[in-house]
Design a protein around this ligand. Structure first.
Ligand code: ADP
Ligand code: MG
Length: 463
């Protein structure tokens, strides 16, 4: 019927608008490299903040002692304690607790959020067993992973530039987030020193390097997306401090805020952005990361429902609720291999209260998942390729067998197989067969928590 033809028309137009042929990926990568240079040249020189992390030495493996880590960055937040045993014994023991952040705290008051975090931390400290023994009189030390854009003023202090990923708490912006944490600790009488403030990308880079000396880039694909890498200190014109002995400085790119005329953006992306908590910001993040992929799917399905009666004469009311399709549900549908796509059918029923769906409708849903996930995955590969170009690791060097390892973390990369496979194959496509041999992508699962503890250890007051 004419209605079905319209469905296919919407699908085809969406597919065209999302297309990422390799030539486009190269343009995106080149634009990324250009913006990296601009962001390193001057403060505010680019959409890419290219934040200086104050980490000029990544873990060596010699770190020892007992440290806490706290990871705040998205949907979940974790507290952890680790016992580090040095080169031989490595991570001797590790315990953690995970809690989800009550949504109302993401848009409330700063004190309320930090009180909640510290309450969980204090309870966790209270469960410290005999294994984690601290010499008498010694203060507990913590690495704080805080995955939002922060202008660091030292390794253990920094002010929040802006929130992302569904957080919006006005009175934290411009404040030292370590100060906010310490004040909340004081309110409950928890005595702990914050030894390091790190972004999750920096934590992942540190944790990745600890297990693999060839790690030079870290990428997060979770609720949000971001990347960090090891830069030569003299290639950072905006750094006016002393050149570090190592000659290196880790940079937190905040690549989620990247945008370029080369990005394939659709009408759905524009309206999602306009209606978001941070319009005009985090454009790359809004087409790549886990917080948004399911929401893009919802928007296309809504258009199909409204303009082509995709679900019949009435638009399912649930389909009008923003963010009702979560990315894990999208990935569950996408991986449905049953002949009648029964997972798709049951998800449509459970989430949208669509009682029945035909096989051809379900196939359209799969096509949409595929278009959305491929675009995100291929663009993340383009971003990584841009970083490798920037640090000169995108080409084979005569007589050198330099390996480059990219440490990945985040639920999207870890659990969405079609996404991660597409990302890896697109990166190969960009690098070519020969260079691909020397580039490896590894999952550094929870490297960021251990990474923060390692950086706390190497910046302990007791060294
Ligand atoms: P965060 O980014 O919040 O620190 P994670 O790295 O654990 O946390 O990532 C969680 C995000 O990963 C979720 O918000 C979701 O978008 C995505 N995710 C989790 N599981 C899946 C899945 N099975 N398929 C697709 N995406 C997933
Ligand atoms: Mg995280």
């Amino acid at each position: 019927s004419g209605k079905w033809a319209r469905v296919i028309e919407i699908l085809k137009a969406f597919e065209e608008d999302c297309a990422t042929p390799v030539a486009k990926l190269r343009q995106v990568a080149d634009a990324m490299t250009v913006e990296m240079h601009a962001g390193l040249a001057s403060e505010g020189g680019s959409k890419l903040k290219m934040l200086i992390s104050y980490v000029d030495n990544l873990p060596s493996g010699d770190e020892t002692g007992f440290f806490y880590a706290l990871d705040l960055g998205g949907t979940n937040f974790r507290v952890m304690r680790v016992l580090l045993g040095g080169k031989q014994d490595r991570v001797v023991k590790r315990e953690f607790k995970e809690e989800s952040i009550p949504p109302h705290l993401m848009t409330g008051k700063s004190d309320e959020l930090f009180d909640f975090i510290v309450e969980v931390l204090a309870k966790f400290v209270a469960t410290e067993g005999e294994d984690f023994h601290l010499p008498p009189g010694r203060q507990r030390e913590l690495g704080f992973t805080f995955s939002f854009p922060v202008k660091q003023t030292s390794l253990s202090s920094g002010t929040l530039i802006n929130w992302t990923k569904g957080f919006s708490i006005d009175d934290t912006v411009g404040e030292d987030v370590v100060g906010e944490l310490v004040k909340a600790m004081e309110r409950v009488g928890l005595d702990m020193r914050v030894a390091a403030l790190v972004n999750d990308t920096i934590g992942t880079l540190a944790g990745g390097r600890y297990t693999n000396p060839d790690v030079v880039v870290a990428v997060i694909l979770g609720t949000g997306t971001n990347a960090a890498y090891v830069e030569r200190a003299h290639a950072i014109p905006k750094w006016h401090g002393l050149l570090p002995k190592s000659g290196e400085m880790v940079i937190n790119m905040e690549w989620g805020n990247f945008r370029s005329s080369h990005l394939p953006l659709t009408e759905y992306d524009h309206s999602l952005d306009l209606e978001s908590l941070n319009p005009g910001e985090q454009i790359l993040e809004k087409i790549i990361s886990g917080m948004y992929l399911g929401e893009i799917l919802r928007r296309v399905l809504l258009k199909m429902a409204e303009e082509a009666a995709f679900f019949g004469d009435v638009v399912p009311p649930k389909l009008r609720i923003p963010f009702i399709i979560r990315t894990p549900n999208m990935s569950a549908m996408h991986s449905d291999t049953s002949p009648d796509l029964k997972v798709v059918g049951s998800k449509l029923k459970d989430i949208l209260e669509v009682p029945t769906s035909s096989l051809k409708m379900r196939k359209v849903v799969i096509s949409l998942c595929n278009i959305i996930a491929s675009r995100g995955a291929r663009l993340s590969a383009a971003g990584i390729y841009g970083i490798l170009k920037k640090i000169g690791r995108d080409a084979a060097k005569d007589g050198e067998s330099q390996k480059s390892v990219i440490a990945m973390d985040g639920g999207l990369f870890e659990h969405y197989t079609q996404f991660s496979e597409s990302m890896k194959s697109s990166l190969k496509e960009l690098l070519g067969d020969e260079v691909s041999e020397s580039v490896e992508v590894i999952l550094s699962n929870d490297g960021s928590g251990v990474g923060a503890a390692l950086l706390a250890a190497s910046h302990s007051q007791y060294l």
